[in-house]
Design a protein around this ligand. Structure first.
Ligand code: SAM
Length: 345
């Protein structure tokens, strides 16, 4: 089937529509699995277009479901398409698509959260990190309950250059709940600026491509959906281990509406907390009265570098866990009120 609205690089033979596939294989969307399908091939083409040039590329689609996006990817003329789908009910419909594009499709019935991406593509595609991105793309419209933990896992993989980034700076085009898309791309000072903004933007160029209104899906989800494109940066903006950056950023945002000092404090044990927090803020040259969402990337970088220096001087510091300290205090002084934290999602 030719993709509407553009000249297809590969023409699939006539196939039942996605709606017919859903009926044929009785693929009722399971609400408890947050399954919402895209049936409009103009829209799936538009999503796939955000990935860039896919002619002769190797693509992994996560959560293909009834195969709308899958058809658009095949129409773009890819060399190989790996499909990873958790729900066995979709496999026969995907096999039908695979037969329509002989030799191009590999179907894996599995979970993307545990699938070993290091083995997903041929080794000859590996590019050095400093080189252009490899001809490998990841595309997916997953349930929101999967896409957010998955992007956090993949950001860690970017930082460690493993998982899908074993092959180089693999690009990703993924969907998120609109608000999560806004957080991923939010600038300092913006209401949406959060832990996710800093973690994503220090490792990748992140582009909020467009929003798909909820009514474009069947069944219609409660929220609108953002299509977000990620290209890992050659040089991360903060050159410290992922776990360290995550700890500093998470601490800073712990009390979103308070001075950043209040969150940064939680990096240190009670004994000497104030003095060490002041020392950190001073070394990093960060105004402690800024709110966490006002901090720039270079201020986060300075905080991480200064914290790293303190951890190198006192290795017990990095393993300190504020919540654990709170828990211990609560246990020993059972009459104490637990402290309220203003956690972000
Ligand atoms: N991509 C299809 C579309 O756009 O119409 C289906 C989208 S539906 C929101 C999400 C799909 O991801 C479902 O097919 C679901 O079974 C699959 N899925 C959910 N969790 C998954 C996981 N952990 N690994 C692989 N696939 C998953």
């Amino acid at each position: 089937m030719a993709a509407p609205g553009k000249v297809a690089a590969f023409r699939l033979p006539p196939l039942p529509t996605i709606g017919e596939i859903i009926k044929l294989f009785r693929l009722k969307a399971l609400k408890q699995l947050s399954q919402n399908f895209l049936l409009d091939l103009r829209l799936t083409d538009k999503i796939v277009k955000q990935a860039g040039e896919l002619k002769n590329a190797h693509v992994c689609e996560v959560g293909p479901g009834p195969g709308g996006i899958t058809r658009s990817i095949l129409s773009a003329g890819v060399e190989q398409l790996l499909l990873i789908e958790k729900d066995a009910r979709f496999i026969p419909g995907l096999q039908m698509l695979s037969e329509a594009a002989p030799g191009k499709v590999r179907i894996v019935h599995g979970d993307i959260l545990t699938y070993k991406m290091e083995k997903a593509f041929p080794k000859h595609l590996i590019k050095s990190w400093e080189d252009e991105p490899p001809d490998i793309h990841i595309i997916g419209n997953l349930p929101f309950s999967v896409s957010t933990p998955l992007i956090i896992k993949w950001l860690e993989n970017v930082s460690k250059r493993d998982g899908p980034f074993f092959y180089g700076r693999t690009q990703m085009t993924l969907t998120f709940q609109k608000e999560v898309g806004e957080r991923l791309t939010a600038n300092p000072g913006s209401n949406q600026r959060s832990r996710l903004s800093v973690m994503a933007q220090h490792l990748c160029t992140v582009e909020n491509c467009f929003v798909i209104p909820g009514q474009a899906f069947v069944p219609k989800p409660e929220v609108d959906v953002a299509v977000v494109h990620f290209t890992p940066l050659v040089q991360p903006k903060i050159q410290q281990p992922f776990e360290l950056v995550e700890k500093v950023v998470q601490s800073a945002f712990q009390f979103r509406r308070k001075y950043c000092f209040r969150g940064i404090e939680t990096l240190f044990p009670e004994n000497g907390r104030l003095k060490r927090t002041e020392q950190l803020m001073m070394t990093a040259n960060v105004d402690p009265t800024l709110r966490p969402f006002q901090l720039s990337m270079s201020q986060f970088r300075n905080l991480c570098n200064a914290y790293r220096k303190m951890c190198d001087e006192d290795p017990s510091l990095f393993v300190f866990n504020y919540r654990e300290e709170l828990r211990q205090k609560k246990m020993t002084r059972s009459t104490d009120q637990p402290e309220q934290t203003e956690e972000e999602n």
